[in-house]
Design a protein around this ligand. Sequence first.
Ligand SMILES: Nc1ncnc2c1ncn2[C@@H]1O[C@H](COP(=O)(O)OP(=O)(O)OP(=O)(O)O)[C@@H](O)[C@H]1O
Ligand SMILES: [Mg+2]
Length: 285
Amino acid sequence: MSDLVVRVLDVDAAYARPTVLSAVDVDVARGEFVGLVGPSGAGKTTLLRLLTGGVEVRSGSVEVLGQRVVRGRPPRGVGYVPQLGSVDADFPLTVREVVLLGDAASSRPVPWFTRDERRRADALLERLGIGELAGRPIAELSGGQRQRMFLARALARRSELLLLDEPTSGVDLATRAEVLRLLGELHHDGLTVVLTTHDLNFVASHLPRMVCVNGTVIADGRPREVMTADVLTRTYGPGLRVVHDEDGHPVVTDAAPIPLHSGTDHASGGMPVAAAVVTPAEVDA
Ligand SMILES: Nc1ncnc2c1ncn2[C@@H]1O[C@H](COP(=O)(O)OP(=O)(O)OP(=O)(O)O)[C@@H](O)[C@H]1O
Ligand SMILES: [Mg+2]
């Protein structure tokens, strides 16, 4: 069997009339850890949903874990953690039930799970640090807790490919670090991981591969090669610049700091704000 878990070949994708993604080519090999970046509305979520059968494939082909994917036919073996806020949290289910329902092998109606299935769900919730929330209605969870619940659900599927939509947005720093640590562990255990994020600097310093998206794939490769001022301008438009940290990792910064002309910066002892802004040493432009 091919070692490619994702093969997207020359795909145009759309929800309704206008095409959201055009001429997209992306392959992901088993064991990769890929960061998808791009501005809001660029099509990052759409690209993930393309891999789960949530979007119409107008032309080209999508193959995931050896299965041809079309709209309405989600492939097996894929765990999907949706973007926070994109799910109806008022659904009358408990945390444990959401995790149990994620197990594709078990298609029983909600109350009739076996003791083993429940035990496994609880163990996953425990691993994600929300074991004590198993019996709670999902409406009562915070954003970060809900994020972990969806991660537990994705793991309950015994997934080989984990797709996460902005797993670190809208959660506090400790949760963010914990989620990233967990993803690192899962990747180490052999899972292929694709995530979207707005955190370019996280991708640049931690992930081996970055895919820049804006309606199509603008650039794809090692962050050191991909994250240049030119690629960022083509992806996000003007206004970002790239410097390098002491390890040579690219770091993106705003080219134009917030223009607080009239005030003074109390933290810098009354210096005018503009003068207190540190200028990057090395500008990659
Ligand atoms: N269910 C939908 N029906 C119709 N159009 C949609 C739907 N979901 C997204 N779109 C449109 O598709 C385009 C890409 O949206 P997408 O959600 O993929 O962007 P994104 O890169 O994930 O953005 P963000 O960073 O804000 O999450 C946008 O123009 C959006 O309005
Ligand atoms: Mg999105």
